[in-house]
Design a protein around this ligand. Structure first.
Ligand SMILES: Nc1ncnc2c1ncn2[C@@H]1O[C@H](COP(=O)(O)OP(=O)(O)OP(=O)(O)O)[C@@H](O)[C@H]1O
Length: 749
């Protein structure tokens, strides 16, 4: 019988990426139903046995209902096509879905069979909170099952199945080079790799140093970057990004990504101004970021950088209006539609843009990045900015990290090095050269010098040590002694309650006494910095204002702007959501501390002073996941006696690049949470004057080098650390986030 591969792609509308949490599934709560006892061989005997086992895993919280349902769907598809349903196929389907839920784009079967418990993190490690189960469940673990099979067997089963192909047939699973994908994610990765490769192949008139365009780039860069004794990596990055239709500029905090991209855009507009091909038409440029918060932050910094450009000295008659300063969110740019994953802009309706710059690109998952590529005209230039060492996107993929995996010791070919020498006058250091560098290598630039953090900055030293897994006792001891003027390590007594009390007190006051010289007298860019603060700071401004019923709305807007700015002067970040060190418990404890100090009127429900974080996009209200608002009690309405009747409204900054305030009734807000404490994941793309990182006293898979680095680098001027156990801090730094994906192989091989 000849079997037809079913075209079931449309049926796989299960949202296999969206249920992604920031952390792997937590440890099971004790089960109330009896779970069948099976040994590791039994589930392979028949598909019912395998399904029964998956049901047990789901019941124990090891996998999501979605993972089991997907596996059952694969079984049904096989049966519909007259195939004997293979238990191993059902298992692999559940596992690939599970992995996508944890941020992986696919499963690398070789790696999976090599170390299944590490790759799958199953059973989930007990989190800091877990109530120990009295009896561990008598279920075979995935690694025990996988130990009974081989790569050849997995391949055989998948290749024989009508549910998996390597071809363009729309089967729900794709086996590609020993990597197993959900088709949707395989397509994203393919589309992304194709879009990047296509851009890398396009030639640029800038490549030929004899063209007028190249000559203009040379003189524009000389104007924008004053001569230096050392290699100017910003200038090199500008030149490389100008030459390629796809480029990545990566660098740590304050290395000048914004400054560089503004210079780059000015240089490109200068080139457009002289280009015979463009006949004086300037490029249409758009700036975007993955979240409203990240867009707002770039908005803040870009205007200043543009106004400082020496435009009058540039060739090509570049005007200030030629460089945009408005930053939009990617969803807004692409035209998101409620209840749909499809954007208004796509291959058939591309964006009207010549150059698209995406900031904070580490937060962009493979799905969204593929949508960006899909919506870009074929010749449009795409420039990604971001810090490759930060946490990867919450949803599947680690696109920026993968694109920058060879950025440290770069791989510039002799051709690139010679071109850079002509265009920038700089010699590329020998350590960054490679005769065998690929096209992709030539499109990646890393900024290596921080202009925000001084050489002796504790924040910088800690971040560097975390990145290189060199966080040792002597550095921590120095920080604890107050040797760094910007870092404080706070230690509580041994008990959990002592630690929680310390966190609450610190959160209220910011504990300036824990910092060098009580945080007094620090000079930054020639200005004295105010000492670090806690939440008392913004709540005091709220409490002490003198506005009344008769005050105009503009005055309330001004107050809201100040309070929101004060709120961003401090933020507690947690690694975990659940448990005594997690966001939920700490939000509650901190609210009660502030209530006790009479800074807020109550600690539950809605009240004046409650800070909230939007946790899902609300297109009707124009609120995006990650937006932060503060609740105000406004005397705008009056009761029947004409007396002011306070009304609660939440003030949000407008997300359109203006400094407008939107006042929204709490009853209209659907997805949100209190945000005295926030997870490090949610803090990506944000920055706070003083950041306090709280780490638990037990290791969990969530605690990784990327998480600790991201937490530390959210601090603009002050960083405080409260760790339940410093050994856990060091162990966290040794753990890395590794996400399975085939993107790098598609681009480099
Ligand atoms: N080449 C330079 N010379 C002197 N100062 C610089 C240079 N480049 C950047 N700066 C300054 O360093 C600070 C950080 O620069 P910028 O905002 O461009 O960095 P960034 O990498 O975008 O920062 P972030 O980490 O916030 O994304 C700014 O005050 C900027 O003016």
């Amino acid at each position: 019988m000849s079997r037809r591969k079913p075209t079931h792609d449309h049926q796989i509308t299960l949202d296999l990426g969206e249920a992604t949490d920031e952390s792997p599934p937590m440890a099971p709560t004790p089960s109330t139903t009896t779970v069948p006892t099976v040994d590791a061989a039994a589930p392979f005997a028949d598909p019912d046995g395998m399904e029964q086992l998956l049901a047990g895993w789901q019941e124990e919280g090891w996998i999501r209902p979605l993972d089991r349902e997907f596996a059952c769907l694969i079984r049904s598809l096989s049966e519909e096509q007259g195939e004997p349903p293979e238990p191993l196929l059902i298992l692999l389907a559940a596992l690939v879905s599970h992995q996508v839920g944890r941020g992986h784009v696919c499963i690398d079967l070789g790696a999976l069979l090599g170390d299944a418990s590490q790759i799958l993190s199953l059973p989930p490690e007990e989190p800091a909170t877990a109530v120990p189960t009295e009896q561990p469940p008598a279920l075979p673990r995935p690694d025990q099952l996988l130990a009974r099979t081989s790569l050849e067997e997995c391949r055989r089963v998948l290749e024989a199945s009508c549910a998996a192909t390597v071809s363009d047939q729309a089967t729900p699973l794709v086996l590609d080079n020993n990597r197993l994908y959900l088709r949707r994610f395989w397509r994203y990765e393919q589309r992304l790799a194709e879009g990047i490769r296509h851009r890398l192949e396009q030639s640029s008139p800038l490549s030929d140093t004899g063209t007028s365009e190249a000559g203009t780039l040379h003189s524009a860069l000389d104007t924008l970057f004053p001569p230096k004794d050392e290699v100017d990596y910003q200038k090199l990055a500008c030149a490389l990004a100008a030459r390629n239709r796809f480029a990545v500029i990566t660098g740590g905090p304050g290395t000048g990504k914004t400054t560089t991209v503004v210079n780059l855009l000015a240089a490109l507009q200068a080139v457009a101004g002289v280009s015979p091909e463009r006949q004086g038409r300037k490029y249409r440029i758009r700036l975007a970021a993955p979240t409203g918060k990240a867009a707002a932050r770039l908005n803040e910094s870009i205007g200043g950088a543009v106004s400082r450009l020496p435009l009058e000295n540039l060739p090509g008659q570049v005007d200030q209006q030629d460089i945009p300063t408005r930053v939009t969110t990617l969803h807004r740019l692409l035209g998101s539609r409620p209840d749909s994953r499809q954007f208004r802009h796509n291959r058939d309706n591309p964006l009207l843009v010549d150059i698209l710059v995406i900031d904070e690109a580490s937060m962009v998952d493979v799905d969204l990045m593929a949508s960006v590529i899909n919506a870009l005209p074929a010749r449009a230039q795409l420039i990604l900015l971001g810090d490759r060492d930060q946490l990867a996107s919450v949803d599947a993929g680690a696109v920026l990290g993968e694109l920058c995996q060879r950025a440290g010791p770069a791989h510039y070919t002799p051709e690139t090095a010679n071109w850079l020498a002509t265009i920038t006058g700089a010699q590329v250091p020998g350590t960054l050269r490679d005769d065998n560098g690929s096209a992709m290598d030539q499109a990646v630039a890393m900024l290596r010098k921080s202009y925000r953090f001084h050489q002796d900055s504790g924040i910088r030293k800690l971040a560097d040590a975390v990145n290189t897994n060199a966080l040792d006792d002597s550095l921590l001891a120095k920080a604890r002694r107050g040797d760094f003027e910007d870092v404080a390590i706070l230690s509580a007594g041994p008990g959990l309650e002592d630690a929680q009390r310390l966190i609450c007190h610190h959160t209220e006051t910011g504990t300036p006494a824990a910092f060098h010289n009580h945080g007094e007298g620090r000079l930054v860019n020639g200005q004295t910095l105010p000492p670090p603060v806690g939440y008392r700071h913004y709540l005091t401004r709220m409490r002490d204002h003198t506005l009344s019923t008769h005050s105009p709305l503009a005055d309330w807007d001004t107050l809201a702007r100040q309070v929101l700015a004060d709120f961003s002067d401090f933020q507690v970040l947690c690694a975990l959501r659940k448990g005594p060190w997690g966001v939920e418990v700490l939000n509650d404890l901190i609210a009660h501390q502030l209530l006790e100090q009479k800074l807020i009127p109550r600690a539950e429900g809605w009240y004046a002073g409650r800070p909230v974080l939007v946790t899902g996009n609300d297109y009707n209200l124009g609120l995006m996941n990650g937006d932060i608002g503060i609740t105000f009690s406004l005397p705008w309405n009056t009761d029947e006696n004409g007396q002011p009747k306070p009304t609660l409204r939440v003030a949000f900054p407008a997300s359109d690049g203006t400094d407008n305030i939107r006042w929204i009734s709490p009853s209209r807000l659907q997805q949100l949470e209190t945000v005295y404490a926030m997870t490090v994941h949610k803090s990506q793309g944000s920055e706070f004057t003083h950041t306090c990182l709280v780490l638990p006293d037990r290791l969990s898979p969530v605690l990784t080098r990327e998480l600790v680095y991201t937490g530390i680098t959210r601090a603009r001027h002050w960083f405080s650390l409260i760790a339940g156990d410093e050994a856990v801090l060091k162990e966290s730094v040794a753990q890395r986030v590794v996400r399975a994906s085939g993107l790098a192989e598609r681009l480099w091989d």
